[in-house]
Design a protein around this ligand. Structure first.
Ligand SMILES: Cc1cc2nc3c(=O)[nH]c(=O)nc-3n(C[C@H](O)[C@H](O)[C@H](O)COP(=O)(O)O)c2cc1C
Length: 291
């Protein structure tokens, strides 16, 4: 509800996020991996122009898909990277031009995990897997424990170069989605097993990113409502996960679904059926107030 008018929110209504940041309307350009990076993780002129045009078009927020913290596990070779070798000047030009007209520009902090771009990169997920033609290595406990710091460092760099928020990617079968999914996550330590144990690394990352960014910088997450895969994350699991996320300092939860697992359905496959996840969103609203 619009608290001022008592009516349902309109597309043009601003929304204030829990951290205090304001989105000027309800139009968000969801993350799309655009492969417009220069191959070394920095933006190209074409990419900067694209995000500037979206901002000029009047949206409140655009999210750049698949921005990597760890150069070893990209989703594609054209992903942007936020790490110690980033070209801060070109990233600053990107954020300055992508935020004209009052638009927010957020990187989606990604990690390919088991779906890292093979064979150029060596896929590594929560657990070693070999299913049909699909094969990946498993992460050691030390590698898992290092993740919050890796995400936090990238998030701090994002803020430094002018991004106005970050989205943590925990959907579509990439690393954090793999941790949430019983299909990919077969760990028998504190990061595998129950829904809470599978979500542990996600909440630890949110805590570390929040510490790096301070209380007034928006942090969003994208998660699956279901993996659309046999043995994967179910809607019940996803609802329980959202209950756990409700106890974090998140600003925004984006609902999606599907997995880029060989032969599986992806979120965009169901686009023709109209607005989706509405039913799930209504259930999620029962367990969280986070926008
Ligand atoms: C070309 C393309 C690239 C995408 N890349 C990403 C991505 O990098 N990260 C992500 O979370 N979703 C990605 N998506 C999914 C979209 O963000 C969105 O969740 C999905 O397309 C469903 O929304 P729609 O019906 O508006 O397309 C991509 C979608 C498309 C079509």
């Amino acid at each position: 509800m619009n608290t001022q008018t008592g009516s349902a929110p309109q597309l043009s209504d601003a929304i204030q996020l829990p951290s205090g940041a304001v989105l000027k309307n309800r139009i968000v350009k969801s993350a799309m991996s655009d492969s417009l990076g220069d191959g070394t993780g920095n933006p190209t002129a074409a990419q900067i122009r694209l995000y500037e045009r979206w901002a000029q078009g009047g949206l409140a927020l655009s999210v750049i898909g698949e921005v990597q913290s760890d150069p070893r596990y990209p989703e594609k070779p054209g992903n942007l990277m936020l790490w110690e070798q980033s070209d801060k000047d070109s990233l600053r030009e990107l954020t300055a031009r992508a935020s004209v007209n009052g638009a927010h520009i957020w990187p989606q902090l990604g990690h390919g995990g088991a779906l890292s771009h093979a064979p150029v990169y060596q896929p590594k997920g929560p657990s070693a897997l070999h299913i049909g033609d699909f094969k990946c290595d498993g992460m050691t406990l030390e590698e898992v424990l290092a993740l919050p710091e890796t995400y936090a460092r990238s998030a701090a760099l994002a803020k430094e170069v002018g991004f106005t928020g970050v989205q943590i990617h925990a959907g579509h079968g990439f690393l954090l989605s793999q941790f949430l999914s019983p299909l990919f996550n077969r760990r028998d330590d504190q990061y595998g097993g129950s829904v809470a144990a599978r979500a542990r690394i996600v909440t630890e990352i949110i805590t570390a990113v929040r510490e790096a960014l301070g209380s007034s910088f928006p942090i969003g997450i994208k998660i699956n409502t279901s993996d659309l895969l046999e043995g994967g994350l179910t809607q019940q699991d996803a609802l329980q996960t959202i209950k756990l996320l409700d106890e974090t300092s998140l600003d925004l939860i984006e609902l999606s679904g599907g997995t880029y697992f060989p032969g599986a359905k992806s979120s965009s496959d169901s686009a023709a059926k109209g607005p989706y996840y509405l039913e799930f969103a209504a259930q999620a609203r029962q367990v969280t107030d986070i926008p």
